[in-house]
Every structure is written in C-alpha cells, then in structure tokens.
Design a binder for this molecule. Sequence first.
Ligand SMILES: C[S@@+](CC[C@H](N)C(=O)[O-])C[C@H]1O[C@@H](n2cnc3c(N)ncnc32)[C@H](O)[C@@H]1O
Length: 223
Amino acid sequence: MATSAPALRAALTGLDTGHGPVLDIGAGTGLVTAAIAEILPSAAIRSAEPSPAMRAVLTSRVFSDPGLRGRVTVLPEPAQDMPLPDSISAAVVFGVAGHIPRAERTELWRRLADRLPPGGPIVVELMGVETPRSIPPVRMCRETLGEQVYEWWISGEPAGAGTMRWRTQWRVYRGGEPVRTVDDEYDWETFGVERLAEESGLTVKRLPRSGPEATPEIGVLVK
Ligand SMILES: C[S@@+](CC[C@H](N)C(=O)[O-])C[C@H]1O[C@@H](n2cnc3c(N)ncnc32)[C@H](O)[C@@H]1O
C-alpha cells in the first residue's frame, strides 16, 4: 500500500463524490479504505472483504477511527456477489483482480461501469508481474513493535501458464534473534493493465510506479 498511495491519491484527488459511495473491493485490513477516506473527506465508502480474519481487522480499524466509523460500511461479500447501489462515484480494486476468474472479472467491470458517471474511475492495482517468472524474496518492510522487530518478505514462482504463486513470510525477531515466522501463499493470474481495457471495454491509463521488483502497477479505467 505504501508504494501505491501516491498513485491512489493522483487517481482520486478532486473526485466528485456526489454520485454515490466509493467502493473499496477486497479491502483487506482497511489501509486502502483509510487512504480513500483521507483523500476524499466527504465520501461515503463501502468496503467489502470476504475473509473473516481480514474483515475483523478492517472492522476494528473503522470502529476505532472517528473519521471512518460514520461513513465506512463494511460488507462481507466477494466482489462477484457484492450488492451495488444504483450509482457509485468510484471503485478501488487493489491487490484483488488476479484472484477473480476472468469471466467473473469481466462481469464485475460491467456492473461497476453501469453505475459510474462519465469520468468516474475504477482504480485497479495489479501485482506488477505480467507473465509468470521467478522473483527471489524481497523485504517489503521492517518495523519495531515493543521489544520485537517485524519483517514482511514476499517472493514468487510460476505456477502454470498465466499464474504466479506468491509466498509471503512475516519474520519476527527479538533481541536480534528470530522467534517466529508466519507463512502464507496464494495464486494470482498474471496480466497487465492493457488486459483490463480489453476485458472492460473501458479506457485505461497506467499510473507511474516506483519501488522494488514486484511493486504493484496501477491502472485507472474510465468510461
Ligand atoms: C493482497 S490483499 C489486498 C487488500 C487491500 N485491498 C490492500 O491493497 O491493502 C487481497 C485481498 O483480496 C481479498 N479477496 C480475495 N478474493 C476476493 C474476491 N473474490 N472478492 C473480493 N476480495 C477478495 C482477500 O481476502 C484479501 O483481503
């Protein structure tokens, strides 16, 4: 999220939020929701997150922030089943599109586009790898909490045609010694922002990015 924040700001700043809520689809723990709320102080936001564990953190973030709790509605549906109002101002789909099968993704772009005003954006963050390849472990962050240091590492390997298997690992250190690791992995369909234009029939603009290998790329779809 840290490397994607400037692009999100560039895509949303000055947006007219009078057409309905801004959707945060696959909101995770709510970092993007909080960024949307800061960039668009008058927006109502609907944040959908299907994973109960992620949604618990999202709900806690919204509950504990007076600037969020009055205007962020947390929903449990995956993108494919998310109930949509008749009109929306924008949609943000960060780190999610490659989890959704192509036909369902195409249908999602159609449902969103039908509800957006002309110029209303769908901001999509991809994983920054257009074809499967090997990505050695990259440390994405290192932070101290109390007496422990936390590092987040990410790596990737091809897992069949058009698919990457991403692995993430949290490493926790105390007094310089490793005390535990927490591992996760998931598959992601690889494609770039041009594919988004093909699937949606919308115009796509690629936003500039900077950072290490596997830094996300961001496209903005508009009617
Ligand atoms: C890499 S995280 C991104 C979280 C957040 N958008 C961010 O950028 O910080 C991917 C999120 O997508 C969610 N997800 C997976 N499949 C989904 C689907 N079909 N619809 C909506 N969200 C989905 C996961 O539960 C996870 O929280």
